[in-house]
Design a protein around this ligand. Structure first.
Ligand code: HEC
Length: 144
C-alpha cells in the first residue's frame, strides 16, 4: 500500500502557506507572492493600464519644453522611474487616496478594496528587477 502520509504533510504545508500569505500579499523589500501578483494583473489592466501603460511603462509624455506644466502625465510604475522609492504601504495609501496634485489620479477606494489594491501593488512589483525590490522604500538613497 502507498503511504499517504507525505501527501497529507504536503497539503497541510500548502494550506498553511496559503493562509499565511493572505496578509503578506506584498511586503516592502520582498518579492510579491505569485498568486497575489496574478490576482492584481487583470485589475491593473482594467483600471490602471489606460494611463500607466502596458506593464507599467507609463504614459508617453511630450518633452518638458512644449508640455503644459499643469497637466500631470501618469508615471511609469515599473522600475524605470520612482514607484519603487515608496514602501508598499505608501503605494497602497496613494492608490486608495489618489493624488493631491491632480484629479487624473483618482481615489481608487471608491472602486477597489484594500485587498484589490494590495494585489495590484504585488503585480506592479512583479515588474521590478531584483535591485529595485532590494532597495525599495525609504532606504533607496543609501542602497544603490
Ligand atoms: C486617468 C489616468 C490614470 C489612471 C486610470 C490611473 N492613474 Fe495612477 N497616476 C496618474 C497620474 C496623472 C499620476 C501622477 C500624480 C502625481 O504626480 O501626483 C499617477 C500616479 C500614480 C502613482 C504614483 C507613482 C509614483 O511614482 O509616485 C501610483 C502608484 C499610481 N498612480 C497607481 C495607479 C493605479 C494602481 C491605478 C489603477 C488602480 C492608477 N494609478 C490609475 C494617472 C492615472
Amino acid at each position: 500500500m502507498i503511504n499517504k502520509y507525505p501527501y497529507t504533510l504536503l497539503y497541510t504545508l500548502l494550506l498553511t502557506t496559503t493562509l499565511l500569505s493572505v496578509d503578506t500579499l506584498a511586503e516592502t523589500g520582498k518579492r510579491p507572492d505569485v498568486a497575489s501578483a496574478k490576482n492584481g494583473k487583470p485589475l491593473y489592466e482594467t483600471y490602471c493600464q489606460s494611463c500607466h501603460g502596458e506593464q507599467g511603462v507609463g504614459e508617453p509624455a511630450p518633452p518638458m519644453s512644449i508640455r503644459d506644466p499643469s497637466f500631470f502625465f501618469a508615471p511609469a510604475l515599473d522600475d524605470s522611474q520612482h514607484a519603487w522609492h515608496h514602501s508598499d504601504e505608501d503605494l497602497v495609501k496613494f492608490i486608495l487616496e489618489g493624488s493631491p496634485r491632480t484629479p487624473r489620479m483618482v481615489a481608487w477606494k471608491k472602486v477597489l478594496s484594500r485587498t484589490d489594491v494590495r494585489n495590484i501593488v504585488a503585480y506592479i512589483k512583479s515588474l521590478w528587477g531584483d535591485r529595485a525590490i532590494k532597495c525599495q522604500g525609504p532606504k533607496h538613497m543609501s542602497c544603490m
